[in-house]
Design a protein around this ligand. Structure first.
Ligand code: KIV
Length: 291
């Protein structure tokens, strides 16, 4: 599958992706952690559309087509309603819009938990139909067998431990994890289990900082933090959160922009010009050719 746009007509908004360069690979990401250290932290952001991918690609090492798209794009109450078809459609768009980053697509709830075979069927569809380089799935020790099954069959897996949003009903909410000794120990054991099973990296989300630091030190694979610690091997955020698209964001999000404000002010100016009949102006209208 081509990673650059084929379509380049004067009327298309699908800008061709600029000068294709060699895309990063999963082994290259893994090599960034050497002898337990990552000199240059890995940068990951979520992307859901081709245009978003084009804009983020050059700044990132990895683009995650997260199932957070359920809430961010579709206005769903949680990630539980996200389907394989949704992930595949957005995954393919992000691969088309990028040429540099490793693209990882989330496996949605219900598409992998039943058995390693079910996970292989879903993951192989995602890989074949999107052209992505890897999949991500939630779960630690309970998913180790599945991670090993996929990894041994050519499917690189990024794991996700700590606060795992697909388990929101079992966890009882989106609060930080690891406040008890038991939970602390379980998160570390989960991270070690997925590393031993062959995951190429692991996301640790919403945990007390000492847990994130301890996990980062205890496994060979890159640990990507979200609501975790700057000492992790890399960081990920939901792009729309950090752009300032939403008023309410989790405490661990830093808003780097105010995209909601820009959209609202711009729409207000447009509405005002439509109502005052100052848009469209001469530059935006077609006139008969002068004879
Ligand atoms: O779905 C998602 O966007 C994620 C990240 C928050 C890690 O899993």
């Amino acid at each position: 599958m081509s990673t650059t746009f084929q379509l380049d007509t004067a009327t298309s908004r699908a800008n061709p992706t600029p000068a294709p360069m060699k895309r990063l690979t999963v082994p290259a990401i893994q090599r960034r952690k050497f002898e337990g250290k990552t000199e240059q932290p890995l940068v990951m952001l979520t992307a859901y559309t081709a245009r978003q991918a084009q804009l983020l690609d050059q700044h990132c090492d990895m683009l995650l087509v997260g199932d957070s798209l359920g809430q961010v794009i579709y206005g769903l109450p949680s990630t539980l309603q996200v389907t394989l078809d949704m992930m595949i459609a957005h995954g393919a768009a992000v691969v088309r819009g990028s040429y540099h980053s490793v693209v990882i697509v989330d496996m949605p709830f219900g598409s992998y938990e039943a058995s390693p075979q079910q996970a292989f069927e879903s993951a192989s569809r995602i890989m074949a139909e999107t052209g992505c380089a890897a999949v991500k799935l939630e779960g630690g020790q309970a998913m180790a067998e599945t991670i090993a099954f996929l990894s041994q069959r050519g499917i690189p897996v990024m794991a996700h431990v700590g606060l795992t949003p697909q388990a929101v009903n079992a966890l009882g909410g989106y609060g930080a994890r690891g406040r008890s000794q038991e939970e602390h120990a379980k998160i570390i054991a989960d991270g070690q289990a997925v590393a031993d099973a062959g995951a190429f990296a692991v996301v640790v989300e919403g945990v007390l900082e000492p847990i994130a630091v301890a996990l980062t030190r205890s496994v060979e694979i890159p640990v990507i933090g979200i609501g975790a610690s700057a000492q992790c091997d890399g960081q990920v955020l939901v792009t729309d959160d950090m752009l300032g698209m939403f008023e309410r964001v989790p405490r661990f999000v830093k808003k780097y922009g105010d995209i909601a404000g820009v959209i609202s002010e711009t729409a207000a100016r447009y509405a005002e010009e439509v109502r005052s009949r100052t848009f469209p102006g001469v530059e935006q209208t077609y006139q008969p050719k002068k004879k």
